[in-house]
Design a protein around this ligand. Structure first.
Ligand SMILES: C[S@@+](CC[C@H](N)C(=O)[O-])C[C@H]1O[C@@H](n2cnc3c(N)ncnc32)[C@H](O)[C@@H]1O
Length: 212
């Protein structure tokens, strides 16, 4: 039987962490070619360049949340090898990331639950494509703040369509005393594409630090 190609709408239709495990198990081997390359996916490039712009040498180690096949890790290492930990719920996506040899370690875990990392141990949190429809919501911020060192940097992509509806705006207000005033930078998730569906996807890069 010929398998149907997985599309953006399949990913946006997910509802639970178990749905993510099932979809990304099927998608892992073709994600880079059929999705990232074919759709001119820009988020990993944008997030890593915001990291380059706003980070200091002391923002280490870096945690890549929803690391997937490792597109962010690969780009972060272009300007000098960094200590990057990848975390993802899909073991098959992490298998692909491992092949890129850009992570110091990889953790298979659901970031909406307790994250298996110590308090104040992470220097920076980066993420592309994970805070979006049917994936991870703002509930993960509490655990991410717990594991991040005082002063640690966050560079997160948040899909603009879930920013208010998904409770991210409200969460930023709730945690305002724990973080610096966030910078919000909007960009297109995909470079100009013949498929209008891709051109509609806007991302709000959210950049802030945990207060000291
Ligand atoms: C669209 S992919 C993005 C992958 C990579 N960051 C990129 O930009 O190409 C979303 C990733 O989030 C992961 N994910 C979804 N729900 C998760 C959860 N609850 N905990 C950890 N990872 C999750 C998926 O397994 C998938 O690898």
């Amino acid at each position: 039987m010929i398998e149907k190609k997985i599309k953006l709408n399949d990913a946006y239709a997910l509802k639970t962490p178990e749905d993510s495990i099932k979809l990304y198990k099927k998608w892992a081997q073709t994600y880079d070619s059929d999705f990232a390359l074919d759709s001119s996916y820009q988020s990993p490039k944008k997030i890593s360049s915001f990291f380059e712009k706003y980070s200091k040498n002391t923002d280490t180690p870096i945690l890549d949340v929803g690391a997937g096949t490792g597109l962010v890790g690969e780009l972060l290492n272009v300007k000098g090898k960094k200590e990057i930990i990848g975390i993802d719920i899909s073991s098959e996506m992490l298998d692909q990331a491992k092949l890129k040899d850009c992570y110091a370690s990889l953790i298979e875990a659901d970031i909406t639950r307790k994250i298996p990392l110590k308090n104040n141990s992470i220097g920076a949190v980066v993420s592309a494509g994970t805070f979006t429809h049917g994936h991870v919501g703002p509930e993960a911020f509490d655990e991410l703040l717990r594991i991040t060192k005082p002063g640690g940097l966050f560079v997160l992509s948040i899909n603009s369509k879930v920013f208010i509806k998904g409770g991210f705006q409200e969460k930023f207000l709730k945690i305002k005393d724990k973080i610096s005033s966030p910078l919000f930078k909007e960009f297109n998730a995909h470079a100009k594409h013949q498929k209008e569906r891709y051109n509609e996807v806007r991302i709000i890069a959210s950049i802030f630090r945990k207060k000291k």
